[in-house]
Design a protein around this ligand. Structure first.
Ligand code: COA
Length: 330
C-alpha cells in the first residue's frame, strides 16, 4: 500500500447548450413552473443535442479536468465512467471515451453503475486502485444522458432529470492528510423497485410489447424515494463525520447529490448546518444522476467556493438504493 495521499488534481464539467425551461416543459406535459419549482427547486435542465452521446459529453468534461490538472490523456492509466446511460449496453462507455480522448491502450477502462451515487463509488474505486501503487493517474467521469431514459409523457418523473457531465483527475501527493480522507458507501438492495428501469435487461429483454408499455423508461415511487433519500444521506454524512471525529460545523462546504432542493434543505436541518454551506445548482440542471456531484464540484471550485485547506463533504443517494459520502481536504 502507498503511504501517499490520494488527491484530486483537476476538475472539469460540461453541460449541453440546449436549455429546457419549466415553462417550455409545461407546454408538452400537464405541469407548471410553479409546481416544479416548489416541489423540487428545479427551474431548468440541459438536454443533449441529437447525436450527442454520453461519451461525447464525458470527453468534454474530461478534457477540462485534464487541462485543470495540467496533464495529458497519455498520463492516464485508469479510466472509470460512472453512468446509467452508456452509449450502448456494451462495450463500456469508458472504452469509447478512451478512444475519443486518446488515453493509452495500457490503461484500465471500465464503467460502473451505482446510479446517482455512481461518482462516489467510482471515486472510491479509483482511490483504492491508486492506493495499490499499480496506477498513477485516474480519470473519473460521471456522465448521463437521462433525456433518453425518461418518459417525456410521465409528469411525475420527466420534470426532474437532465443531461450533463463532470470529471476529476485523481493522483498522489506526498503531503499527508490531503485529498480523499475517507469514504462511506452502502446500498439498500431491498429498495430496488423504488427507482428502476424494469425492461430491456436480461430479466425482461426488450420486445415490441415492452416498448409499447414503456417499460424501458425510468420508473420511480417519488414519495418513498424522498423519505429514504433524506434518511440515508443524513446517516451517510453522520457516519463519516463520526468515523473521522469531526463535527458538521467543521465542514466548509457540503456538495450533495442534486436531486431536489427540499431533500438538501432537510439534510441541512438534520445536520444543523446552514443551507449556505451547501452547494446547490439543481435549479439549473435538475438531477443529472452520476454527473450531479462532479458537475457541482467543478462549479464550486471554479466559483471560489472551495479554498486550500477546506474540508468538503460529498454525499449522495441513488437507485439501488445506493448511498455514499466522501470527505476531501483541499
Ligand atoms: N406537475 C404537476 N403535478 C404533478 C406533477 C407535475 N410534474 N407530478 C406529480 N404531480 C401531482 C401528483 O399527481 C399528485 O396529484 P394528486 O394529489 O392529485 O394525486 C400531486 O402532484 C402530489 O404528488 P406527490 O407525488 O405527492 O408530490 P411530492 O410532494 O411527493 O413531490 C416529487 C413529488 C417527485 C418531487 C418528490 O416525491 C421527490 O422529489 N421525490 C424524490 C425523487 C428523487 O429524488 N429521485 C431521484 C433519486 S436519485
Amino acid at each position: 500500500m502507498s503511504p501517499l495521499s490520494t488527491v484530486i488534481l483537476g476538475t472539469g464539467s460540461y453541460a449541453p447548450g440546449r436549455i429546457l425551461s419549466n415553462a417550455e416543459l409545461s407546454q408538452t406535459v400537464d405541469t407548471s413552473d410553479e409546481w416544479i419549482r416548489t416541489r423540487s427547486g428545479i427551474r431548468e435542465r440541459r438536454i443533449a443535442a441529437p447525436g450527442e452521446a454520453t461519451s461525447d459529453m464525458g470527453v468534454h468534461a474530461a478534457r477540462r479536468a485534464l487541462a485543470d490538472a495540467g496533464l495529458q490523456p497519455a498520463d492516464i492509466d485508469l479510466l472509470i465512467v460512472a453512468t446509467i446511460t452508456p452509449d450502448m449496453p456494451m462495450p463500456a462507455t469508458a472504452c469509447i471515451i478512451q478512444q475519443k480522448l486518446g488515453v493509452p491502450t495500457n490503461a484500465a477502462c471500465f464503467d460502473l453503475n451505482a446510479a446517482c451515487t455512481g461518482f462516489l463509488y467510482a471515486l472510491d474505486t479509483a482511490c483504492a486502485m491508486l492506493g495499490s501503487g499499480r496506477y498513477r493517474h485516474a480519470l473519473v467521469i460521471g456522465v448521463e444522458k437521462l433525456s433518453t431514459i425518461v418518459d417525456w409523457k410521465d409528469r411525475t418523473t420527466c420534470v426532474l432529470f437532465g443531461d450533463g457531465a463532470g470529471a476529476v483527475v485523481v493522483g498522489k501527493s506526498p503531503v499527508p492528510g490531503l485529498g480523499l480522507i475517507g469514504t462511506k458507501l452502502g446500498a439498500l438492495g431491498d429498495s430496488v423497485d423504488l427507482l428502476c428501469i424494469p425492461g430491456g435487461g436480461s430479466n425482461a429483454p426488450a420486445t415490441a410489447a415492452s416498448i409499447a408499455a414503456g417499460s424501458h423508461f425510468l420508473k420511480m415511487k417519488g414519495k418513498e424515494v424522498f423519505k429514504l433519500a433524506v434518511r440515508v444521506m443524513d446517516e451517510a454524512a453522520r457516519d463519516i463525520l463520526e468515523q473521522h471525529h469531526l463535527r458538521a460545523d467543521q465542514i466548509s462546504l457540503v456538495i450533495p447529490h442534486q436531486a431536489n432542493l427540499r431533500i438538501i434543505e432537510a439534510i441541512s436541518a438534520y445536520l444543523e448546518l446552514p443551507l449556505e454551506r451547501f452547494f446547490v445548482n439543481v435549479d439549473r440542471y435538475g438531477n443529472t444522476s452520476a454527473a450531479s456531484i462532479p458537475l457541482a464540484l467543478d462549479e464550486a471550485r471554479r466559483t471560489g467556493r472551495i479554498k486550500s485547506g477546506d474540508l468538503t463533504l460529498l454525499v449522495a443517494f441513488g437507485a439501488g438504493l445506493t448511498y455514499g459520502s466522501a470527505l476531501i481536504r483541499w
